[in-house]
Design a binder for this molecule. Structure first.
Ligand code: HEC
Length: 122
């Protein structure tokens, strides 16, 4: 009986938790419309998936080759201690940072702006 109650409680707790790894996996498979992205954010998502996702998770908290960017703009400071704002983020994208390669030569100003607009939805 006790085990049954325990299992039921665990099930309710797990079912009610929508920020676990499965929710993150689900989000990564959602369409732009389902994520309610504007055309600019959707364009930024394509740039992100092409250039950034190999090293930075967008919806899960796990690390790849770089820190996760899930919830990035909800934080005041980056992992490196820099403040999170558009100027610093643009600098990192354009110039790179330690093991992160620079993207200034590959991305236009519009693409970087779209990328930042998308990162704000993470
Ligand atoms: C080859 C792997 C790689 C790629 C590709 C890459 N990054 Fe990074 N990125 C890193 C690493 C490693 C760091 C940590 C740098 C450091 O030591 O501060 C980082 C740091 C960052 C940071 C700061 C995070 C923090 O909390 O300190 C941002 C923002 C960022 N990257 C955005 C991007 C974006 C946007 C793209 C795509 C245009 C991208 N990165 C592509 C490896 C990568």
């Amino acid at each position: 009986m006790f085990i049954t109650i325990l299992a039921a409680v665990a099930w309710v707790v797990l079912a009610g938790c929508d920020s676990g790894p499965s929710a993150a996996a689900e989000k990564s498979h959602m369409s732009d419309a389902e994520l309610r992205l504007t055309p600019e954010q959707a364009a930024g998502r394509r740039v992100y998936n092409l250039h950034c996702l190999v090293c930075h998770e967008a919806y899960s908290s796990s690390e790849r080759n770089g820190p996760t960017l899930a919830g990035f703009y909800k934080k005041k400071f980056m992992v490196s201690g820099l403040p999170v704002n558009d100027e610093r983020v643009r600098d990192i994208i354009v110039m790179g940072k330690s093991k992160m390669p620079p993207f200034g030569g590959q991305l236009s100003g519009d693409e970087v702006a779209a990328l930042i607009a998308y990162m704000k939805t993470l």
